[in-house]
Design a protein around this ligand. Sequence first.
Ligand SMILES: NC(=O)c1ccc[n+]([C@@H]2O[C@H](COP(=O)([O-])OP(=O)(O)OC[C@H]3O[C@@H](n4cnc5c(N)ncnc54)[C@H](O)[C@@H]3O)[C@@H](O)[C@H]2O)c1
Length: 350
Amino acid sequence: MRGRRVFVTGHTGFKGTWLMTWLSELGATLKGYALAPAGPVTIYEQINGDRRWESVFGDIRDADRLAQEIQRFAPDVVFHLAAQPLVRLSYAQPLETWEVNVMGTANLLNAVRGLSKPCSVVVVTTDKIYENRGTPYLYRETDRLGGHDPYSASKAGTELVAASFRDSFFPLDRLQAHGVTIATVRAGNVFGGGDWADDRLIPDAIRAFSNDQALTIRYPNAIRPWQHVLEPLSGYIALAEALPVDPVTFSAPWNLGPWPQDHLTVYDIASRVATGWGGGRIVIDEHSEHVHEAGVLKLDISKTVDRLGWRPRWSVSEGIERAVRWYSSVAHGADAMTQCLNDIRDYSNG
Ligand SMILES: NC(=O)c1ccc[n+]([C@@H]2O[C@H](COP(=O)([O-])OP(=O)(O)OC[C@H]3O[C@@H](n4cnc5c(N)ncnc54)[C@H](O)[C@@H]3O)[C@@H](O)[C@H]2O)c1
């Protein structure tokens, strides 16, 4: 990444802030495009993101502005993370979720069409794009797309948009002419210091435990592929580096998940966070009506391990220990950026 021009959408979010921090450490020239950070606390503001790289606050649905910013920057690499990423919010705001996740991706890839230079694009989707069988099956990249809720289905739509642009405008047999390669990445549930989103297990747990309140969980037995945020980000970066070297192999979808033993239940994760925090009460809400969420979700990562050479480095236990340390240190006055850099350096050296 050193010396490369890298454009990141969604750079003000949780994963985006970690990615910008890591890319900056690697020596990339960065520009971010996203909505302004929103919420009472954001990791982006905690690390003073605006002072560290070029940042544009814009809507991914504003196709003209997005195209202008991409043209002006002329990136070598694009990471597309901007999205409405919450399942429960997608029930409350289905149209906005579809617009941002599907048309936002179409706007981005259409803007890349206007570049007259090679560009590697990594489009971030999710493990939830697979048609869920409700069994402990591990989904492979070749499995059928689906999605019950608007978030999952719109991200399956993101996959179709990416595949359609690849086939229609950036076919590999004309690579010399257009120079554009696209990979899509399907990662599991991530956590790490500085995620403050509502309705996510670990931020909810930290908010509850730090205020001496009980954490309420809705689906204690739901199984997910849990990972520290640096795990999928290392895969995104590895793919961006691999795309120009071997476009035929890497212009494709890729699962980025944990080893099978780290497909754990919500209750298991909540208990580990409570233990790491030094205590915390967990209450199971069995009575309220909840929107549908998949009961079991597991990813098969063998293709990514075999062909990309990527593999998970931190177990869920180690990742949770790191995340809890991040929240606890920052709550006690430590500098958020220093905590991120410590995690990135330890991860890179480990
Ligand atoms: N966090 C997870 O567990 C997880 C798991 C799998 C996939 N993902 C995917 O990773 C990506 C990043 O997720 P996150 O957890 O960092 O979410 P986040 O909510 O912290 O960040 C979302 C980012 O998208 C931007 N955004 C939202 N709407 C926009 C719009 N209309 N125009 C421009 N920018 C807009 C926000 O400003 C923010 O920068 C998303 O694509 C999400 O679907 C997340």
